[in-house]
Ligand binder design. Structure first.
Ligand code: GDP
Ligand code: MN
Length: 397
């Protein structure tokens, strides 16, 4: 589960990680109230107004603006809330902004000796250890840094069994070129950040930039936090942080009916049972010159009702030009699935406006093929993988 910047920062702060303070606002008026409150608490007169969407690169897209006074807070918040923000990480049409974070300006106008670092915490699956990845090149695209100056990216691996050792936090601060008070602050920052990562069961923390202020404070200015969905059962309070407006509506609907659907960019809808078969099917589609439009696993019970729901979901994607149903009848018999497809097709009627290719293999596959072929519907049956691929290719031509 991905969080908004302001939610991620709240989690960080609850573990004692120093953050750029801010208050979330849904309207320009709320933004002004928030700015006044921050001024009362911190003394800052300048504020930064930051669009809250689940995508990075907001600064580049015009979603992060500095306000020098309350009037500018109001104008900028008014402009950003409701805008369609396009960044290198959003879909081409951008994402609507529903709220902004009004934050204290921690770059202290006029001060020139602030520096930006990059720090992330994630799991290294190859070594089975947690990893702190960090760089002196903060504030920019880490992908660009990795490509152009890979020697400026450092990693520190942490054995989850022993936790982080004090020397490791010091090593990070040292490699970032810090000394004196800033060095101490950075070791504190890294230590509490790692504790926050482990205790919140996150799968990713990406803090870009981590700021060293001109008075040697170390602060999280941005926060990308992803919580491991498998751990949400022990963080009931995090469930309220989910913002389904940020998620793909078809994926949300599929989740509600217990179907595993992942939206993709292509033009061939896939309905399969089992994740392994889903992967193989996507390869098959690619090989046939198509591109999968989704990944949909109907699971073990591919009955008529489920198949119908799956068709409805797939057809909501306007890019779908053909649907490939590839189901292995091991637990579920193929003839039952075939009957499900025929029934679903009849129920959906005109809603089905693309060719459907069905490959059923396993128990009673022959009866299933017979059922499909004699149904009189616009459904092409196939038994072999290659045959299915050829039919998909013809369908999308
Ligand atoms: P992102 O573009 O989505 O990664 O959003 P960030 O939260 O990282 O903000 C983008 C950039 O805005 C940062 O890299 C900073 O350079 C700048 N920024 C953020 N907060 C402040 C601030 O308080 N003052 C100033 N002057 N710039 C800020
Ligand atoms: Mn950032």
């Amino acid at each position: 589960m991905n969080l908004h910047e302001y939610q991620g920062k709240e989690i960080l702060a609850s573990y004692g990680v120093a953050i750029q303070r801010g208050i979330v606002a849904q309207t320009a008026e709320e933004a002004v109230t928030a700015a006044k409150k921050l001024t009362d608490e911190t003394g800052t007169g300048w504020h930064v107004i930051k669009a809250q969407i689940h995508a990075g690169g907001r600064g580049k897209g015009g979603g992060v603006k500095i306000a020098k006074n309350l009037e500018e807070v109001s104008t900028l918040a008014g402009q950003i809330i409701g805008m369609q923000l396009i960044t290198p990480q959003t879909p081409p049409e951008g994402k609507p902004v529903h709220q902004v974070l009004v934050a204290e300006d921690v770059y202290y106008p006029g001060a020139s000796d602030a520096s930006e670092f990059y720090v992330s915490v994630l799991l290294n699956r190859a070594t089975g250890k947690n990893m702190i990845m960090y760089s002196t090149e903060g504030g920019m695209d880490i992908e660009t840094v990795a490509e152009e100056t890979p020697h400026l990216i450092f990693t520190e691996e942490i054995d989850p069994a022993t936790g982080m050792m004090p020397f490791q936090a010091r090593k990070v601060a040292f490699n970032l070129g810090l000394s004196g008070q800033a060095f101490k602050e950075m070791t504190k920052f890294i230590t509490s950040l790692y504790t926050a990562y482990v205790n919140s069961d996150s799968s990713l923390f990406e803090i870009n930039p981590v700021l060293k202020t001109s008075d040697d404070k170390i602060l999280a200015v941005d926060a990308k936090v992803s919580i491991d969905d498998n751990a949400l059962f022990r963080h009931k309070d995090y469930l309220a942080l989910r913002d389904i407006r940020e998620e793909n509506p078809i994926e949300v609907e599929a989740g509600e009916v217990g179907l595993n659907y992942v939206d993709l960019d292509g033009n061939v809808g896939c309905m399969v049972n089992g994740a392994g078969l889903a992967m193989a099917t996507m390869d098959l589609i690619k090989q046939a010159g198509g591109d999968p439009a989704n990944f949909l696993d109907v699971g073990g019970t591919a009955d008529a009702a489920r198949v119908e729901t799956a068709f409805r979901l797939i057809l909501k994607d306007p890019n779908v030009k053909a649907i490939l149903v590839n189901i292995f009848g091991g637990i579920v018999r193929c003839d039952r699935v075939a009957q499900g497809i025929v029934d679903a097709y009849k129920n959906l009627g005109d809603a089905i406006n693309v060719p459907i290719i069905v490959r059923l293999q396993g128990t009673n596959a022959d009866i299933a093929k017979e059922l499909i072929d004699s149904s009189g519907l616009n459904v092409l049956s196939a038994t072999a993988f290659q045959e299915a691929a050829d039919k998909v290719q013809q369908a999308i031509k």
